[in-house]
Design a protein around this ligand. Structure first.
Ligand code: SAM
Length: 304
């Protein structure tokens, strides 16, 4: 159905900024679809704004539910390539500046995904706040998942002051930055230069003074640090952590702890592998489900 409405006519490149302002001021008419001509965008508004024009707009189906999404800062990631749903999602909350769709799972050594921008600003960068810490993120350049927020808090709660921490696969720094308040020093390592560059930004942003970024293949860490250098080691590379477990055991001091993340189908799948090392108590828990047949698990391993 078509309907006449008051609207504002703006240049196309001002569309995103104006749309956000209208949402913030409660003036965007979400029941009608904006349209464009060659240069201009026509956005329907609910009130009579000075300079507003009148145009005919198509009505939206506002009863349609919003697509399921994961929100990271100002980016919403949806599971289907649904442009109309993406647009409705974008208009539903001022905090969302971009809606992305990912065609596939995380891939490659850097564990990144390729994204398609379905609506909003043409970017994969955002600013995300987790328990008071800020993170600059670029989803196409470096791995980030907000789903591990509670896991980071769980580890922080079990730490003692003054620990020496190694994060072997640090990404843009969520574990390193969250845990640094309990540490004398944190070494945060990653093989992806873009991740380490964002890690530097995030260290500065959160005014951290005790985190040292390292750009290296974790296989080299055994040659960089003497044995027993760390009280605690984070190993969040679930597909491949087991390839690095011997290095983690070498670098963790007796009495220290390794947090070993893995993907498994059944509980206890890693017990036999871990049994080859000098382990004290091992406790295992599910972090989240990963696929219908696999879950993301963590083994907290006391080294003896
Ligand atoms: N810990 C971060 C987080 O929770 O957001 C990142 C985890 S992500 C699953 C794994 C990270 O390991 C990626 O940033 C990737 O670049 C890094 N990585 C993969 N292989 C590596 C290697 N051989 N040495 C060091 N880092 C590696």
């Amino acid at each position: 159905m078509a309907k006449e409405s008051r609207c504002i006519k703006i240049l196309k490149n001002e569309g995103e900024m104006t749309r956000r302002k209208l949402i913030e001021e409660g003036l965007l008419d979400n029941s009608l679809k904006p349209f464009s001509d060659e240069c201009h965008l026509y956005i329907p508004v609910t009130g009579d704004i000075p300079g507003a024009a009148t145009e005919i707009f198509e009505e939206r189906d506002i009863s349609a539910p919003l697509p399921r999404h994961e929100l990271i800062g100002g980016i919403a990631i949806i599971q289907d390539c649904d442009r109309d749903g993406a647009r409705r999602l974008l208009d539903s909350r001022p905090v969302i500046h971009t809606v992305l769709y990912s065609e596939g799972p995380v891939t490659g050594e850097y564990r990144t995904k390729d994204y398609i921008v379905l609506a909003g600003k043409n970017t994969t960068k955002t600013d995300y706040t987790e328990y008071g810490q800020r993170f600059l993120i670029d989803l196409s350049a470096a791995y980030f998942s907000a789903r591990l927020a509670n896991e980071r808090q769980r580890i922080a709660a079990m730490m003692k002051d003054g620990e020496r921490l190694l994060d072997m696969f640090a990404g843009v720094g969520p574990f390193a930055i969250t845990l640094s308040g309990k540490c004398s020093v944190v070494y945060a390592n990653d093989i992806n230069p873009a991740a380490v560059s964002l890690l530097y930004d995030n260290i500065r942003l959160n005014k951290k003074k005790n985190i040292l970024p390292v750009l290296a293949d974790a296989r080299c860490l055994g040659g960089i640090f003497p044995p027993g250098s760390f009280d605690r080691i984070i190993m969040n590379l679930p597909m491949k952590s087991s390839e690095f477990i011997d290095i983690a055991f070498r670098l963790c001091r007796p009495g220290g702890m390794i947090h070993f993340y893995t993907l498994q189908s059944e509980p206890g799948e890693m017990e036999e592998e871990l049994g080859k090392y000098e382990c004290g108590k091992i406790s295992e828990r599910v972090v989240r489900s990963y696929s219908p047949s696999q879950h993301h698990a963590v083994y907290d391993i006391r080294v003896i």
